[in-house]
Design a protein around this ligand. Structure first.
Ligand code: ADP
Length: 420
């Protein structure tokens, strides 16, 4: 039997406690004993226990000093005095000024895009800036273009959320009525044409939303991006900047990217270089895959608040499954007026079969396989847990009870083994 480890840390003002939970099935409980502390911009309640599970990499920051207790086995735990939090707070203050001006002049608030290589804290900075904005009474929009991790919905999608309250410490931002678009892969490089198409579409829809929601419009947008920043990845980023008509680009920890953007962006776009936090943890390919898996499990089963998904059979003949992207032919073989790239956003029918085992299927709001499918947002996802060739049926795990809506399903490359 292992005994529960108890650690107490006294933090000076402007410092943070960093810890990681690595061992399988381990749980660490954190409690603020005295003073004030926040986790990636969300205030912690004194005396309230917060749970962290395997894979968690956490920093609890204090502006005023505090005492924190940790119960359970942490892999690493230390107090760091050097953090970039004051710089991040200054960024928030500058954005806040622009929001005040936008509110007064009835214009759009700052659209901010956060870029940088993998594992520099882009998602974390997005969370901090959104939390600070919402704590000031703003209602910013969070856009996540990182198909590799997929903080909104599941990996393989891009999406947006209206942030109305700070992220919950254990569960992140509330995922009520997110706008989600299907991509189906974990890197934009798998289908750049499709990626750019859905990014443009999401930008359009957000512009429309802002026209009817003045509060959101003046609060602005925070856009998180993928860590793919070189060559074609750079083009994908500049396309997103154009599509969303960004005002500010925050570049984390990459001088080359900063200089390229300074050179290529129009003058009215403010490009700002920011240091990364020494606490940000690099993740291996396996850890990324595990994080993706955990994200999908959370989608179906919940995190702290448990969800109870349904499982039922569907006949192959009742399904309309499509994948996006036909094999590309050279331009010379294409019908007149069509580009080879057009094939990459074409829908191709997929028949029921063993290959669907463990795959995620996006449930589109579109009823017919026409041009609107890629422009329609998603109702959600189901996962194929079994394929019965004899009975010609699939068993699906679904957040909603049967039947599946009679709409188009889009095949994702992502897989999930349901052994809950
Ligand atoms: P990116 O979005 O650039 O890939 P993330 O924001 O996801 O990077 O950060 C990578 C990991 O580092 C996450 O698990 C996050 O919780 C952790 N992390 C971020 N900032 C800190 C910090 N100051 N101390 C400890 N861990 C951190």
């Amino acid at each position: 039997m292992t005994e529960v480890q108890l650690q107490e840390f006294k933090l000076d003002p402007d410092s943070e406690l960093r810890f990681e939970v690595e061992s399988k099935n381990e749980k660490v409980v954190l409690e603020v004993k005295s003073g004030y502390a926040e986790l990636f911009g969300t205030e912690l309640v004194k005396g309230k226990p917060y749970e962290f599970h395997t894979g968690a990499k956490v920093a609890v920051f204090t502006w005023h000093g505090c005492t924190i207790e940790l119960r359970g086995k942490t892999e690493v735990s230390y107090v760091a005095k050097e953090t970039p939090m004051i710089v991040y707070l200054n960024v928030h203050a500058a954005l806040e000024q622009q929001r005040v001006a936008a509110e007064q002049e009835n214009t759009r608030g700052p659209v901010t895009m956060i870029v940088g290589p993998a594992d520099v804290g882009k998602s974390t900075l997005s969370r901090i800036l959104l939390n600070y904005a919402v704590r000031m009474g703003r209602r910013p929009i969070y856009v996540d273009l990182d198909v590799g991790q997929g903080q909104i919905s599941v990996p393989g999608t891009i999406g947006a959320l209206l942030v109305e309250r700070p992220a919950s410490i254990e569960e992140g931002f509330s995922q009520q009525a997110p706008l989600v678009y299907h991509f189906g892969h974990t890197s934009p490089s798998d289908n750049i044409e499709l990626y750019n198409t859905i990014v443009s579409r999401l930008a359009e829809v957000i512009t429309e939303k802002c026209e009817t929601n003045k509060k959101a419009a003046s609060s602005g947008v925070i856009i998180n991006t993928c860590g793919w920043i070189k060559n074609a990845g750079y083009k994908v980023l500049t396309h997103a900047a154009q599509a969303f008509e960004v005002d500010v680009i925050l570049v984390l920890d990459n001088e080359r990217l900063y200089n390229e953007l300074k050179r290529d962006m129009p003058k009215f776009v403010k490009v700002v270089y920011l240091p990364k936090s020494g606490g940000v943890v690099e993740r291996s390919g396996t850890q990324r895959a595990e994080a993706r898996d955990a994200r999908i499990r959370e989608y179906f089963y919940g995190k702290r608040t448990p969800y109870y998904p349904h499982s039922f059979d569907v006949k192959f003949s009742d399904l309309k499954i499509y994948k996006v992207g036909a094999p590309s032919l050279p331009d010379s073989c294409m019908p007149l007026g069509m580009r080879a790239e057009d094939a990459l956003t074409r829908l191709v029918a997929v028949w029921g079969g063993r290959a669907l085992q463990h795959r995620l299927l996006a449930v589109s709001f579109a009823a017919e396989p026409d041009d609107h499918v890629l422009h329609s947002n998603l109702a959600g996802f189901v996962c194929v847990t079994a394929v019965d060739m004899e009975r010609q049926t699939l068993t699906v795990l679904s957040p909603q009870p049967r039947p599946l809506p009679n709409t188009i399903l889009l095949l994702s490359e992502l897989q999930y083994m349901d052994n809950h």
